[in-house]
Design a binder for this molecule. Structure first.
Ligand SMILES: C[S@@+](CC[C@H](N)C(=O)[O-])C[C@H]1O[C@@H](n2cnc3c(N)ncnc32)[C@H](O)[C@@H]1O
Length: 333
């Protein structure tokens, strides 16, 4: 059934969100928590589809997603010129557009140029449906055609969100969506104490500010990072070696969420660092305390965690800036 018709029937709308490839299995369980009432419909690498009846203003604040689209058409993948014709025939509801718009064509995650006549036809479809004018340089709204090797094609209106571009991130800084996901996996609760002992620029701390907890310690061996960390009273910043967290008492932490060095740029023995850090994490965490780790040195981490008495309760292999990495959920004891 066309997206627009189904939406009218259910009283809601269907949305398409792109996300870090590999985290899709986590989105299903998290979605009802972050967007009550949302219903997951389809998942494929890098994308999730869901129905949602609530306000779009709430939707755009969900930190889990990268790009977010209100879906106007779902169909079979085909060359873009035919897809544009199909959309033209089906006349989806584009919604109100104030100002200008632009079209984007994406195949398998990459933007593509299309023939000038296909672009012109796609622009005419939007202009006739909305009265808005095309602006290929500085538009107010974007409509995207997306096709996938899985055989799916989507056409949707991109919802405007405040997202940092790669250039706005500090070198090595985690994307906020990924930092938020790591914190969500730790399931922080009011009254709990959290720790990120490899805090770097503080992305995990900033993401944690969205959650309930009593205190979060952020620490890093490099004093240069401290000034960028959250200033809220719940955060305590320290310059410390993650292998010797002397300021923290035994069993005083409920959950550690962290992104330690991966051994890519540093001249360190990552296996040794992980082994020593796991021993210290085992000391500061309470029994059954949670340890959520993102690492590109996946086997080194897994070996260190298991040898250090942690149970691996989940592992999700993902791509971070094109590099293979994994999120590990571990539990002490
Ligand atoms: C992968 S980066 C963390 C990036 C961080 N998640 C962010 O978004 O900016 C690893 C961090 O570990 C720190 N580090 C390296 N060895 C350390 C050690 N032994 N103890 C504490 N921090 C260490 C580095 O200074 C670096 O900031």
């Amino acid at each position: 059934m066309p997206a627009a018709k189904r939406n009218r029937r259910s009283g809601g709308r269907r949305y398409l969100a792109s996300c870090t490839s590999g985290i899709e299995p986590l989105v299903g369980p998290l979605l009802p928590r972050v967007l009550p009432g949302a219903r997951l419909r389809h998942v494929e690498p890098g994308y999730v589809l869901f129905d949602y009846t609530g306000a779009e203003a709430k939707l755009v604040t969900v930190a889990l997603f990268n790009n977010l689209f209100r879906l106007l058409h779902e169909g079979r993948a085909m060359p873009f010129e035919r897809l544009v014709e199909e959309v033209g025939r089906r006349r989806p509801q584009h919604g109100r557009v104030t100002g200008s718009f632009r079209l984007r064509f994406q195949r398998e995650g990459r933007l593509e140029r299309v023939a000038p006549e296909t672009m012109a036809r796609a622009e005419r479809i939007v202009a006739e449906a909305t009265g808005a004018r095309p602006d290929r340089v500085n538009p107010d709204t974007e409509f995207w055609y997306i096709t996938r090797r899985s055989g799916t094609a989507w056409y949707g209106r991109r919802l405007e969100r405040q997202r940092l571009t790669e250039r706005e991130l500090e070198p090595g800084e985690l994307r906020p969506e990924l930092a938020w996901l790591l914190v969500a996996l730790a399931r922080p609760r009011a009254g709990e104490v959290l720790l990120d002992p490899f805090a770097g620029s503080g992305a995990i701390g900033r993401a944690a500010a969205d959650f309930a907890f009593k205190r979060m310690y952020l620490s890093d061996i490099d004093a240069g990072h401290v000034r960028g960390w959250p200033r809220e009273v719940r955060f305590v910043g320290m310059v410390a070696d993650a292998r010797r967290l002397e300021a923290l008492a035994d069993g005083s932490v409920d959950a550690i969420v962290t992104d330690p060095p991966w051994g890519l740029f540093e001249t360190i023995d990552v296996a040794e660092l992980y082994r020593d850090f796991v021993a210290e994490a085992g000391r500061v965490l309470r029994d059954r305390g949670r340890l959520i780790v993102l690492s590109g040195a996946r086997e080194d981490w897994q070996r260190a965690a298991e040898a250090g008495g942690f149970q691996i309760t989940g592992r999700w292999d993902i791509l971070v800036n094109g590099r293979q990495a994994a999120i590990f959920a571990c539990m002490k004891g």
